[in-house]
Ligand binder design. Structure first.
Ligand code: PHE
Length: 333
């Protein structure tokens, strides 16, 4: 039996050495070492051996199995390496070929301006608030000291949806919503960027939909000079240090006194960019703040105005037409 085993070992070793492919190797593995293979069938005759020989033959069989396993594994990895080398040799990659271009979008100029404004105001301790574009007459007008039949309602021709709801004509509606949410607590220090709508005929400087950033500060002892300081900081950040600003007396029913703010543009002269003022006592009162104890200021910035000045855009409609030739110019900002 010992001879049968060793001759089986020799025969298998030669066959493995001569195997020409991975498939041939696998067949040899089954043939010699498999469950129904030759080694197993020799061992099946162990029963006829004298008991003291069985462990010796068993040990020998195990050694032979281990040695053949090793030979097969070595040959297998030789085949695999050869296959890999061949693949590497045939499949060269030309790294100088041009890649597939990735099309990058750009941030819309109005969003660029909103982001810059947010940065400036967050730096001054403001939080960002939001409100709905479909607004009630109450928040858009009534609570801002603009009762029905008030002539100042004509300043903002509106898109009414029902007699009591409309597309907000300004972000000032968020002033009242914010105050109500704060339930009489101070400080209130928010800005609110958003879209607003007015019944205007569209032309180079008017659009029925445009963008504002509202600001509101309410606390004890807030004064007009703080408003002035905040506006100066804003204008210097957006247009550079030394940019001139002027406040013109104006009228809004929800602020008293009210101002319009212009900046000086070297080519265009004085240009209005926002309306502002001290929050009208009646607005504070209606929202649950005692005007004897608290005061505040508010402003509404025209985002398109700022973007047009900053980026030298001569027609407001460029912002809404989505012409790629226009939008792509803001790519590197
Ligand atoms: N809501 C005003 C407008 O749209 C701007 C404004 C806001 C004025 C806040 C004063 C205070 O014209």
């Amino acid at each position: 039996m010992r001879e049968r085993l060793t001759s089986l070992q020799d025969e298998a070793a030669i066959a493995i050495a001569n195997a020409e492919s991975l498939d041939a190797l696998r067949e040899l593995k089954v043939k010699y070492l498999g469950k129904k293979g030759e080694l197993t069938s020799v061992l099946r005759g162990m029963g006829s051996l004298p008991p003291e020989e069985r462990p010796v033959i068993g040990g020998l069989a195990n050694e032979i199995r281990a040695q053949l396993d090793l030979l097969i594994a070595e040959k297998e990895s030789a085949f695999e390496e050869a296959a890999l080398n061949e693949q590497l040799a045939t499949e060269t990659i030309d790294v100088t070929l041009p890649g597939t271009p990735v099309k990058l979008g750009s941030i819309h100029p109005l969003n660029l301006v909103i982001e810059q404004l947010e940065d400036v105001f967050i730096g001054m301790g403001f939080e960002i608030a939001e409100g709905p574009e479909v607004e009630t007459d109450q928040y858009n007008f009534e609570a801002l000291n603009l009762p029905k039949e008030h002539p100042a309602r004509d300043m903002q021709d509106s898109f009414y949806i029902t007699p009591e709801t409309l597309l907000r004509t300004h972000t000032s509606s968020v002033q009242v919503r914010t105050l109500e949410k704060k339930e009489g607590h101070v400080p209130v220090r928010i800005i609110c960027p958003g879209k607003v709508y007015r019944r205007d005929d569209d032309d180079a400087t008017h659009s029925h939909q445009f963008t504002q950033v509202e600001g509101l500060v309410v606390d004890r002892g807030v004064s007009m000079s703080e408003l002035n300081g905040v506006l100066l900081a804003l204008i210097e950040k957006m247009f550079g240090e030394g940019t001139e600003m002027r406040l013109r007396p104006s009228y809004f029913p929800f602020t008293e006194p009210s101002v319009e703010v212009d900046i000086y543009h070297p080519e265009k002269g004085w240009v209005e960019i926002l309306g502002a003022g001290m929050v009208h006592p009646r607005v504070l009162e209606k929202a649950g703040y005692n005007p004897e104890r608290y005061s505040g200021f508010a402003f509404g910035i025209g985002v398109e105005r700022i973007a047009m000045l900053k980026y030298d855009v001569d027609d407001i409609r460029h912002f809404y037409n989505n012409d790629l030739r226009f939008l792509r110019q803001f790519r590197s900002e």
